[in-house]
Unconditional design. Structure first.
Length: 153
């Protein structure tokens, strides 16, 4: 059985967003379980959100499906329809092309842990409806909506 040693899976803290959009996500932690298992068609991450930390800026994907399952704790799913509390055992799905921007925020006093699953597309466009930011998977650079790159990109 190709058991994955979670303790040895690559761990990434923070995010790649340009300043100032990176601040709410700087303490998020992702363990790359799919990479550790050699998966290439889809990614699987174990996401840990300490209190007050965001999973991402609110966003949607043109070419990638996303799925989240809450393993422990509590998160608030923020989308176009408002805020929705997700507890351990709850899940949410975000189909590619659905322009309902979404994010998770840990508004509780304890860590929240989620399993994230998503397709990997080389032809994906991601938009951030609350801020002037987008990213195209073909360039892998964050830009403003007019195409102007952020400093350092």
């Amino acid at each position: 059985m190709p058991k994955i040693d979670i303790a040895k899976a690559e761990t990434k803290r923070g995010c790649g967003y340009p300043a100032p959009f990176d601040k709410p996500c700087m303490e998020r932690v992702r363990q790359r379980l799919g990479d550790a298992g050699g998966l290439s068609d889809f990614g699987v991450n174990m996401l840990t959100l300490p209190p007050g930390v965001w999973s991402s800026q609110r966003h949607w994907h043109s070419g990638e499906d996303e799925f989240v399952y809450v393993l422990s704790g509590e998160v608030v799913l923020v989308d176009d329809n408002g805020e929705h509390v997700l507890h351990a055992g709850d899940c949410a799905a975000f189909p590619k092309g659905d322009k309902n921007g979404h994010q998770l925020i840990n508004k509780s006093k304890t860590d929240a842990v989620c399993l994230e699953v998503g397709t990997r597309s080389t032809n994906d466009f991601c938009d951030y409806p609350d801020i002037d930011m987008q990213i195209d998977s073909r360039t892998d650079k964050f830009t403003r909506r007019d195409g102007t790159p952020y400093p350092g990109q």
